[in-house]
Design a protein around this ligand. Structure first.
Ligand SMILES: [Ca+2]
Ligand SMILES: [Ca+2]
Length: 366
């Protein structure tokens, strides 16, 4: 009898440990990624290393809670979200009226498309918090106000081009500086647009044209591509068409294909690592294949093909429909600076090596 109970307990424990961790109103952890729905209803996935990892300083406001009581240790504003809206939650830090919290990150946060940073707050909607960001703890950029609850923050126009943010300063604005939890209640903060802070690869050095692209690709959720081994990225290596479409698909967050059957005789193995990526690309009109019935997954991707994949992914802006199949894509790519900046000269039929593929993806989609 006891044995049966033990076995049952083990099954329950195993099921609990395998299930994604869910937090009320927030999201879930799957592998190295955290997914949540922001308050605009957008599905957001970030790497778990995108969350604040260090308390640089904390100056409680006035009024505040009694020091030493719950919700007063700034460490609880680090890591994954773990607070809910109940008054018994201990996962959120009470800033107090005009309290100031400075957090550090293991990743660099950059100004990409849309929101770049996310503040997880709990409580009501009027606990306004000033959000400032910094690369070095010396120069601070005001990026706006988080207005209670969870809030996305867009750096656009508020930080210099190329800024690599490592620190966030939150200051309570006293809009609700009274009661048992005076001021904003901070659960945690995460970067949405993040990149690694340094290169783990001997062949990716600061100053290389693909440096930022690689740091972004390896820290993207889901990861776009890793090195060819622990210390090499091999930027000059060729890329197959299957790899190119898979990198593109991952850059877009691995969206579900809207079609179920591959039209290509050479892409039929549903268990292959690129099957869903190719299916998605076909369904979105991103690839027409190398013929009506072939995709040529193992062929080397050309620069003309890569910019065309990207152009179709972003919705074919400025399409004229005249000229060669790549003409509109190249005109768009040129206008957006994609055809310059790499060390390899652009030609439609030229090979698009790994360094160039990630450079195109970073410049067009990050
Ligand atoms: Ca942005
Ligand atoms: Ca927390």
């Amino acid at each position: 009898m006891k044995k049966r109970i033990l076995a049952l307990l083990l099954v329950v424990l195993l099921a609990v440990s395998l299930a994604p961790c869910a937090f009320a109103e927030e999201g879930e952890v799957v592998g190295n990624y955290y997914s949540f729905t922001d308050r605009n209803g957008n599905h957001v996935t970030v790497p778990v290393n995108a969350f604040a990892s260090e308390v640089i300083s904390f100056t409680p406001g006035d009024p505040w809670k009694e020091a030493g009581s719950s919700n007063t240790d700034p460490q609880i504003a680090l890591g994954l979200p773990d607070a809910d809206d109940s008054n018994s939650s201990t996962g959120d830090l009470c800033l107090g009226g005009s309290g100031v919290l400075v957090l550090g990150f293991d990743v660099a946060i950059f100004d990409g498309s849309g929101d770049d940073l996310y503040v997880f707050e709990v409580g009501n909607n009027v606990e306004d918090t000033q959000v400032e960001v910094s690369e070095d703890l010396v120069t601070w950029y005001d990026v706006g106000v988080a207005t209670g609850r969870t809030a996305g923050v867009d750096f656009s126009g508020k930080v210099p081009d190329g800024a690599r943010i490592r620190y966030v300063r939150l200051t309570d604005l006293r809009s609700a500086a009274s009661g048992g939890w005076p001021g904003a209640d901070i659960d945690t903060v995460c970067g949405i647009r993040t990149m690694a802070v340094s290169s783990p690869f001997v062949d990716v050095r600061f100053g290389d044209y693909f440096y930022d692209s690689v740091l972004w690709a390896i820290n993207h959720a889901p990861q776009i591509t890793n090195g060819t081994d622990a210390t090499h990225f091999s930027p000059a290596n060729t890329v197959t068409r299957a790899q190119a479409v898979t990198f593109l698909w991952r850059s877009m967050g691995e969206p579900k294909p809207n079609t179920t059957n591959s039209p290509f005789t050479d892409v039929q193995d549903r268990s292959s690592w690129y099957y869903d990526a190719v299916l998605w690309a076909v369904g979105e009109g991103i690839t027409n294949g190398t013929s009506a019935t072939t995709f040529s997954p193992d062929s080397t991707v050309t620069k003309g093909q890569m910019v065309t994949f990207l152009y179709r992914t972003v919705g074919e802006p400025g399409k004229t429909g005249t000229g060669a199949w790549y003409a509109d894509a190249e005109a768009w790519a040129k206008q957006n600076g994609l055809l310059t900046g790499t060390d390899t000269a652009y030609s439609t039929d030229g090979s698009c090596p790994r360094g160039d593929v990630v450079y195109y993806l970073w410049n067009a989609l990050a």
